[in-house]
Design a protein around this ligand. Structure first.
Ligand code: ATP
Length: 376
């Protein structure tokens, strides 16, 4: 069942259209990330779910209950939506101790004191903050404050959680740790989660589904694996992946032997079924660039510009036919100087985008056969 359903949700600010019409369904218990560059409408979308922002048109339902409908004049206020939030600023009360920050909403909802105590104990244990409950937020590190916000979320036991860039104030090491903890939290609570970030690593590591947004619209929605390996368009291909995907302009040609990819000194046979001719853009992930010390069949000469070892991997910046190309080698590469090398690509890993920047996928043999037989 889908827990959160957007139907033609629109948001305008004066004459500015931030969300032109969003249709999105979030499955119960899933971790869905809204990912995209600054200004693409992620936060606005999340705030509309929270009720902190009212949409301009459309309908929105949570767990089968309509909470917003422009046509029917329905707007359920935030406090009646039963949601849990974490924002970039942890929104802790500075004048209240950790324990009070975590339990405030529970006591205000007149929950029995014993139940409040149980939930506090459970939440403190889950985020490993036991012993710090008598401190004020100003007496905690950024990471610990973040954990208090998470503990508050755990204690509330909401079935829907909304998180807006909750890790962006943390240093790199803590961010990695908290990513793991938030993922575990989601698994433990089983809550439907919408997570907003512009950080593609966070999106890839934590999500069941990523929704890439551009200009208030969905550029692609899918699993992290789908978005990484089969980006529907160049925007998604370039937004996801670090180091960035290599973009090489060229064209597709065909002869009796089948389709060929022609770019930067390469002329490669491609899989049967590519139904595209003329100018295209080729995109190749850095881990699919192969570097050879000697000339091999199908390889093109390249120069090594910069080598950046990162421990388990090495980023190698090359120039191929005057065009920059990045390779990612899965080891600490040594001995790569400013020398000439040869570069090749496996055709299975070459993505082809047409003039409108959409991914071209070769037709399956069965479909080709059918088309041939039916003249379609
Ligand atoms: P960021 O990653 O920078 O937070 P975002 O993807 O979350 O960006 P939003 O904050 O949702 O983007 O903004 C979407 C668009 O709506 C932007 O063009 C922004 O300038 C505009 N916008 C957001 N809030 C308002 C407002 N209160 N008044 C006018 N325009 C707004």
């Amino acid at each position: 069942m889908n827990e959160i359903v957007f139907r033609s949700i629109t948001k305008t600010y004066g004459s500015h259209v931030a969300i032109p019409g969003l249709d999105l369904e979030v499955a119960k218990g899933s971790f869905v990330t809204l990912l995209g560059p600054s200004g693409c409408g992620k936060t606005t979308t999340l705030r509309i779910v929270a009720g902190l922002e009212q949409a301009s048109a459309g309908t929105l339902s949570l767990g089968g209950r309509c909470i917003y409908s422009s046509a029917e004049g329905i707007f359920v206020p935030p406090e009646k939506r039963g949601l849990g939030f974490i924002f970039q600023s942890y929104a802790l009360w500075p004048n209240m101790k950790v324990a009070r920050n975590i339990t405030l909403a529970l006591t205000e909802a007149r929950m029995a004191a014993s139940e409040v105590r149980n939930r506090l104990e459970d939440a403190l244990a889950k985020v490993q903050l036991k012993g710090l409950e008598e401190r004020y937020p100003s007496e905690l590190s950024g990471g610990q404050q973040q954990r208090v916000a998470v503990a508050r979320l755990i204690a509330a036991r909401n079935s829907i959680l909304l998180m807006d860039e909750p890790l962006s104030n943390l240093d790199a090491k803590l961010r990695t740790e908290m990513r793991r903890e938030l993922k575990k939290l989601h698994a433990d609570l089983g809550a439907t989660t919408i997570y907003v970030t512009h950080d593609q690593v966070e999106a890839l590591t934590m999500s069941d589904v990523i929704v890439v947004m551009k200009g208030g619209m969905i550029a692609q929605q899918g699993t992290p694996h789908e978005l990484y390996h089969q980006p529907a368009n160049l925007f998604v291909a370039e937004f996801i992946g670090d180091p960035k995907i290599n973009i090489l302009p060229g064209h597709m040609d065909g002869d009796a032997q089948g389709p060929r990819a022609i770019f930067e000194g390469f002329s490669m046979p491609m899989a049967e079924g590519f139904d595209v001719d003329g100018p295209v853009t080729f995109a190749i992930r850095p881990e699919h660039v192969e570097i050879h010390p000697k000339s091999v069949a199908g390889a093109v000469a390249a120069s090594v510009d910069i080598v950046q070892p990162m421990g388990s991997q090495t980023i190698v910046s090359l120039t191929v036919n005057g065009h920059p190309v990045t390779a990612l080698i899965p080891k600490f590469a040594q001995g790569l100087g400013q020398e000439e090398v040869w570069v090749s690509f496996n055709r299975e890993h070459i993505l082809v985008f047409d003039k409108s920047e959409r991914l071209c996928v070769p037709e399956k043999p069965s479909v080709r056969e059918y088309r041939r037989n039916t003249g379609g």
